[in-house]
Design a protein around this ligand. Structure first.
Ligand code: PLP
Length: 244
């Protein structure tokens, strides 16, 4: 599989461009983020050589394991998994630029405390559960605006937008509804003009649904399988670790 990473990236970049064209968007508005869970540092470096340097992990343990091997290669790291408060310290050591999965007040509080202590700031996206599935993390759509307001009071956390995982379904119109909902929540928040809140980023769309996500306004698409191949672990291992 490794030998196909560069080719797969080219295919994905083509899909992003086509989706942008189809919806009259500038491809420069859409960032390709590599979801690198279970992918070794060696294989991530192949992706760097192919020119993609925005990556994200789901587990602090994996961030730590790959940190040394990747630290000399220029890249940007996001976090897209369920974050437990007792892992904040370790996460910050790994130089994560943005936590895309901020989904609750107590996590924001603990994060703010630790950031103050270390005299750092961090970017964040608020994760919204737009598919209403029990098994997924994320603040419920009806509480998203309130959470953004609350987190905006933490000066160390710079909110940049929203993130969601769409419904898993072959019925793309049902998946699209999730993306539309995220866009709608973004509009509501923009209208409120909340201090310390930027709403430019919408992280949505994965290997199977990136076209719909881009048509609905994604600025970050998170791609794993289509670039690195199938994973051995089921995604539920990453997405509902304390719900298993
Ligand atoms: C794994 C993962 C992705 C990528 O999914 P693929 O279907 O492999 O492209 C995107 N977002 C999150 C939060 C993930 O955990």
């Amino acid at each position: 599989m490794s030998e196909h990473i560069a080719e797969n990236i080219a295919v994905i970049q083509g899909r992003i461009e086509n989706a942008c064209k189809a919806s009259g968007r500038d491809p420069g508005e859409v960032k390709l983020l590599l979801a690198t869970k279970t992918v070794s540092a060696e294989r991530i470096k192949i992706a760097f050589s192919a020119g993609v340097t925005l990556i994200a992990e789901n587990k602090v343990q994996e961030l730590k394991e790959k940190f040394e091997a990747l630290k000399d290669f220029p890249h940007t790291k996001h976090f897209i998994g369920h974050l437990q408060t007792n892992k904040i310290k370790d996460l910050l050591k790994c130089e994560v630029a943005c936590i895309e999965s901020l989904d609750r007040l107590d996590l924001a509080e603990k994060l703010q405390q630790r950031l103050e202590f270390e005299d750092k700031t961090i970017e964040a996206l608020i994760q919204v559960n737009t598919s209403f599935e029990e098994s997924k993390f994320g603040v419920s759509p009806e509480h998203a605006v309130e959470l953004v307001k609350q987190v905006s009071q933490f000066d160390r956390i710079k909110i940049k937008g929203l993130m969601t995982i769409g419904l898993f379904s072959d019925e793309i119109e049902r998946v699209r509804k999730c993306f539309r909902l995220l866009k709608e929540i973004q509009r509501q928040i923009i209208d409120l003009e909340i201090p310390n809140v930027e709403m430019n980023e919408l992280s949505m769309g994965m290997s199977g649904d990136l076209e719909a996500a881009i048509e609905e306004g994604a600025t970050i698409v998170r791609i794993g399988t289509a670039i690195f191949g199938e994973r051995i672990y089921s995604d539920s291992y990453y997405w509902n670790e304390n719900k298993n």
